[in-house]
Design a protein around this ligand. Structure first.
Ligand code: FEO
Length: 611
């Protein structure tokens, strides 16, 4: 019997889930199963977006027969040729021989490899920016090589803002009724394990795809595994940016150990205890002989520090640890601090081997003070473990110092430019934020800044009532979704921080660490009424540099982030004025002098005539 879910008016999920498979790709445990997503668009033309794994082929065919209800299948779009999605392509084409396949040239060659070479002739080969008109929908294709294979592309439906993202934004786990991420209690730990193990190696290519995606007006994301996203993309995109750039999500320690007779485990436990006493409480310990490497690889992407504690074995390194370290190296982990503990009853070699395997990775910093144990921990190693714990604690990024002058880092202040910022405030229990472009340092001693805020913004009233605010200085990593999320909707109507990780500065207000290179806290000392705006002059109470990414200038936003207008084919160009900030179009001969953009609240000076 068919089992489909409606995604939009004429778009359906027609995939299936496998809860019997033990190992996805014969490697990764999937205790909660996995879904193989395919989507059917019922427009004037009918379009199947990807097929499914053989395990759920029967379900796909039942679903297609039901929804097509006698109609022909016009197109099969193949975004990804890996057999967990394309294994049933041949059978689909046997059942629907009139269907044409739409895929990249690389995918076409793979179709010839996986199936009868004659099937390659059914392929309409597409490249970046090509479109397929299906009636009410226009599908645009964007190449996404190595996310996760070289032939991968994504498909964007310009009519509905739906991105068919291939493996990107997927996760392990079967569909359990709810098809939308906002309904099903999305498990970010499994999403991390999926991302890091499946595409973790290809951070550069993932970032290239994210940059492309950031220029699209995305309203929904339909991945090939896991639930569909229709809102709150910001938190998932933030995770993707961190994973793809190998930025730790959290300052904390992953301790991975192997222990044949318990003595190396004893050393790992002592270190963990000393870390806790030193104030490092985010510590996760895994026995690498017991825990599948995919879980530990995911934790290695999560935390800033790795401790490898292992035994000498066959004049090398214990086999399960060797496998784990090669797995971490194969996934290209970068930018981590690593400490080593080795054990060897007569000739310890494990730490050296671990260094060899991890040392080739980019920006890996080994801490001095490797602890070498002969058989079991003695008083001398006990002291060395305490010293290693202290060294790890010392290397953790420090919170801002208490003294006021030392809190203000010049680097953070230098990050200010004619740029773009997220302004955040808090009143009562409500947090809110908006985009502004008017942050200026006005004095150095004492450090003072001014901000100008439109009176229509909810954040304006919160600052007026509370006298405190934070400014997060956006960097060039900021995707369009961030601007849309904080800039094009009002905090009066939505909770912009719903489901977003808690990050607060000393004044208790939110700041937005992803896509920002610094944050600055201000305490208002003066308000100047400027008509449409209020200028708040504030003492800087905290200024923290987060990273060295370039600030996002206005010029950068326009050149690289803001989507370019894409006039729909056969649609008469509109006449009027377009807002240069957010793209809102005012239709009319004359823009009223007091007009305010209903989306981003900018005035006539930011509009230009069109048509
Ligand atoms: Fe889900 Fe790369 O296949």
């Amino acid at each position: 019997m068919y089992c489909v879910r409606k995604i939009q008016d004429d778009l359906y999920w027609v995939g299936g889930s496998d809860r019997r498979l033990n190992l996805f790709e014969s490697v990764y445990p999937i205790p909660r199963g996995v879904s193989y997503n395919a989507y059917l668009l019922l427009d004037e033309k009918t379009v199947l977006l990807d097929t499914v794994d053989r395990a759920v082929a029967g379900q796909l065919f039942e679903n297609l027969r039901h929804l097509l209800a006698g109609r022909s299948l016009d197109y099969v779009i193949v975004n990804h040729m890996e057999p967990d999605h394309a294994a049933t392509l041949g059978d689909v084409l046997l059942r629907y021989p009139e269907a044409r396949v739409v895929a990249t040239a690389k995918a076409a060659a793979m179709i010839g490899q996986f199936f009868d070479a004659a099937l390659e002739e059914k392929v309409i080969k597409v490249k970046e920016g090509d479109t397929l008109d299906t009636g009410a929908h226009k599908l645009t294709f964007a190449m996404a090589p190595m996310v996760h294979w070289p032939e991968v592309m994504m498909t964007f439906d310009t009519a509905t803002g739906t991105l068919f993202s291939a493996d990107a934004f997927g996760t392990f786990g079967a569909i359990e009724g709810s098809i939308f991420a906002d309904e099903c209690g999305f498990d970010m730990d499994e999403a991390r394990r999926y991302y890091t193990n499946i595409v973790g190696k290809y951070g550069t290519q993932v970032m290239a795809a994210l940059r492309k995606a950031s220029k699209l007006d995305i309203k929904a994301i339909c991945p090939l595994h896991g639930p569909v996203w229709r809102k709150d993309f910001a938190k998932f995109i933030e995770k993707y940016i961190r994973w793809a750039t190998y930025e730790p999500e959290e300052n904390g320690v992953l301790i991975a150990y192997t222990s044949v007779y318990g003595d190396t485990e004893n050393a790992a436990s002592i270190l963990a205890a000393r870390l806790a006493e030193a104030g490092v409480t985010k510590v996760r310990m895994y026995d690498a002989s017991i825990t599948h490497p995919s879980y530990i690889v995911a934790e290695a992407f999560r935390y800033s520090h790795l401790v490898i504690a292992t035994t000498t074995y066959n004049a090398g390194i214990f086999v399960n640890m060797e496998n784990l370290l090669h797995d971490i190296a194969a996934h290209n982990l970068q930018n981590r601090t690593v400490a080593l503990i080795e054990n060897g009853t007569w000739a310890a070699t494990a730490a050296g081997k671990a260094k060899e395997i991890l040392g080739g990775l980019k920006d890996i910093r080994f801490l001095d003070g490797t602890v070498s144990i002969k058989s079991s921990v003695k008083e001398q190693q006990n002291e060395q473990l305490s010293a290693l714990a202290a060294a790890i604690a010392d290397s953790m990024p420090k919170p801002a110092p208490a003294d006021h002058s030392a809190k203000v880092e010049n680097n953070a202040m230098f990050s200010l430019s004619y740029g773009l910022f997220i302004l955040t405030a808090r009143e009562g229990e409500k947090d809110n934020g908006c985009i502004i472009n008017t942050v200026t340092q006005i004095t150095d001693t004492p450090k003072r800044i001014s901000i100008a805020v439109n009176k229509q913004n909810y954040t304006h009233d919160m600052i007026h009532n509370t006298g405190v605010f934070n400014v997060s200085v956006l960097s060039t990593r900021a995707p369009m979704e961030i601007f849309r999320h904080f800039g094009f909707q009002s905090g009066r109507n939505v909770d912009k921080f719903e489901g977003v990780d808690e990050t607060r500065s000393d004044n208790g207000l939110r700041y937005v660490p992803w896509c920002a290179n610094a944050y600055i806290s201000g305490k208002v000392i003066q308000e100047i009424d400027m008509g449409t705006h209020t200028v708040f002059i504030a003492d800087v109470t905290q200024a923290v540099s987060l990273n060295s990414d370039p600030s996002c200038t206005y010029a950068y936003y326009f050149a690289n982030i803001k989507p370019k207008p894409q006039p729909k084919l056969e649609e008469k160009p509109k006449k009027g004025y377009v807002c240069k900030i957010c793209g809102y179009v005012y239709e009319g001969d004359e823009l009223p002098a007091d007009f305010v953009c209903p989306l981003c609240k900018h005035g006539p000076e930011d509009f230009e005539r069109i048509g």
